[in-house]
Write a protein that binds this ligand. Structure first.
Ligand code: ADP
Ligand code: MG
Length: 260
């Protein structure tokens, strides 16, 4: 059985106006079924507003499903109690688009990473510095900066910190929602390479989300193309990229700048 099984998942938001809810809904995610095998990278691609973040929040249990189910390693997550979800959440971690918003500006990198490292089991005080240093090295940051604060780092370095925090509790699944969209083009590929290396080295399963098909093709083993809340095409990355079946996928491909 696949590590992650999404079955008939829907996320509908009530439409509100000045007087309250109208009875209508936005079908942000509409009957989506997907599975991800252990150790593979699934790329989820689609235009802004198609429902990618709603689906990823549902997988992370940050957003309730309107219908369907999400199973992680054979466990139906919606059936768990809040306490059980908190414990299971160590197994699935997320990297967000904006590393600045996702890091607490009042905590040094040392505090943020030491806290993340002690989430699964207590980390004795005398080991904290060396464990944080090792983690920083792993994501390409120099440990000499561990007592600095988020605003003292560049956007790319902040995303490395966010990635370090995500892998600290040794998750099995990493969900990256547009992790390079807020970064300078010149450093995007460094962060993509880092995510790729970590996924392979740590044997992670990953869901990689982007509106950019070329970025998804670079990262993913399999690609799911999402449009208006639905998956319109799904298959091995090279097939979807090289021989798209759906008209919408071809449109996304035309938007990809041609390499010379
Ligand atoms: N909390 C929310 N309440 C109401 N509508 C929302 C909410 N979040 C997202 N939406 C709507 O759901 C749709 C999908 O949004 P989103 O999941 O953010 O897509 P994407 O990540 O692909 O840009 C959009 O129409 C968006 O306006
Ligand atoms: Mg989004």
């Amino acid at each position: 059985m696949a590590y992650l099984e999404i079955r008939g998942a829907s996320v509908h938001y009530p439409v509100r106006n000045t007087w309250g809810t109208t009875g209508e809904v936005v079908r942000a995610v509409d009957d989506v079924s997907l599975s991800v095998e252990r150790g593979r990278i699934l790329g989820l691609v689609g235009e802004s507003g198609c429902g990618k973040s709603s689906l990823s929040r549902a997988i992370m249990q940050l957003q309730p499903l309107t219908a369907g189910s999400i199973e992680l390693d054979g466990t139906n997550l919606s059936a768990l109690s809040a306490a059980e979800v908190r414990r299971r959440r160590l197994d699935f971690q997320m990297v967000f688009q904006d590393p600045y918003a996702s890091l607490n500006p009042r905590f040094s990198i040392f505090s943020t990473l030491a806290e993340a490292l002690s989430r699964r089991e207590p980390l004795p005080r005398r080991h904290r510095e060396s464990a944080v240093a090792e983690l920083m090295n792993r994501v390409g940051l120099s440990p000499e900066h561990m007592y600095k604060y988020p605003h003292e780092f560049s956007g790319g370095q902040r995303q490395r910190i966010a990635i370090a925090r995500a892998i600290a509790p040794r998750p099995a699944l990493l969900l990256a929602d547009e992790p390079v969209s807020a970064l300078d083009v010149s450093i995007q590929s460094q962060i993509l390479n880092l995510l790729n290396d970590l996924t392979r080295d740590l044997g992670l399963t990953m869901i990689f989300i982007s509106h950019d098909l070329s970025v998804v093709h670079y990262m993913a083993d399999d690609i799911a193309v999402m449009r208006r809340g639905r998956i319109v095409e799904y298959g091995p990355a090279d097939e979807v990229f090289g021989n798209p079946q759906h008209e919408y996928t071809r449109k996304l491909l035309e938007a990809v700048p041609k390499m010379d």
